[in-house]
Design a binder for this molecule. Sequence first.
Ligand code: AMP
Ligand code: MN
Ligand code: MN
Length: 312
Amino acid sequence: MSKITINQLHMALSEANSIVLTVHIRPDGDAIGSMLAFYEALVGQGKQVRMVVDDTIPEKFSFLSYADSIQSVDAFDWSQPVDMLLVLDASTYERIGRVGALCSAPIFNIDHHISNTEFAQGLYLRPDFAATGEIITDLCKKWNWPITESMGTSLYLAIATDCGFFKFSNTTFNTLEMASHCVKAGARPNIISERIEAVSSERLELTKEVMQTISFYKHNTVAIISLERKHMIILGDDTDGFVDIIRNVDTVDIAILLKAESDNSTRVSLRSKGTDVNRIAAHFGGGGHIRAAGCTIHMPLEEAKAVLLEVI
Ligand code: AMP
Ligand code: MN
Ligand code: MN
């Protein structure tokens, strides 16, 4: 069994008592928002639920309810019995880090990535949905599970961050409809935007420097912005928004953010207006969606840039 229907997912959840939730490493708004909301929903259904992530949780998500209940892999009590490991917003087994090896329970996966490798025993996949948060909202609606104000806030954040606050091509009627249910539940779009998009003056100073790295290729259809080691040391895990600086340039089809994770490893974020960047990311062992994907190239930044431009 790999792909499952909504009813099979419901059945599997009703049979599980102790559930561990996890999401992909370098968690984004969709991963964290979906997990916190589904945590609350499952607790509301009388389940014993715990959350574990094999990475640090960006500070900007700390205002969400239950964010302080997310445990690190090291603090987590792995000896307690677990009926189900429920993986949200992660498309491969590797993307959940050490949680996969540390938890021996059957794996279920709720995801929206077209590149999903079907690693789970039960996979509820909706590549037609903009965000995992959109799936979770839909499930709660269909199952008549109440959406509280805090769930609405987490789910709105999850949906909005994965569709560029309703600007990207993955935004559909259903995306907006699910977001409207979140607002009905009490989510405040302006407050959530303020929290997520707030920048310090130091960060803006750094952005001025990072903008000097912008370069154009292939008749200005490809733009690259780079976070070098010196930038990464200051920024840590909070690198959201940099690729958006170049994606709107009128001639640009593919926008690329390169992040020097170490002297020998470069994280790549790809965004496009038309080209299938999932295919480009897959070439380097990554994946994602047709118009937003990522991968890691095990080379220094400048070399990674060169091999990437050869593949495009
Ligand atoms: P990012 O550029 O990190 O924001 O990622 C863009 C999209 O691609 C997100 O939906 C990610 O979940 C996905 N993605 C990023 N890196 C990988 C990877 N190494 N493998 C599979 N999917 C990825
Ligand atoms: Mn994600
Ligand atoms: Mn997502």
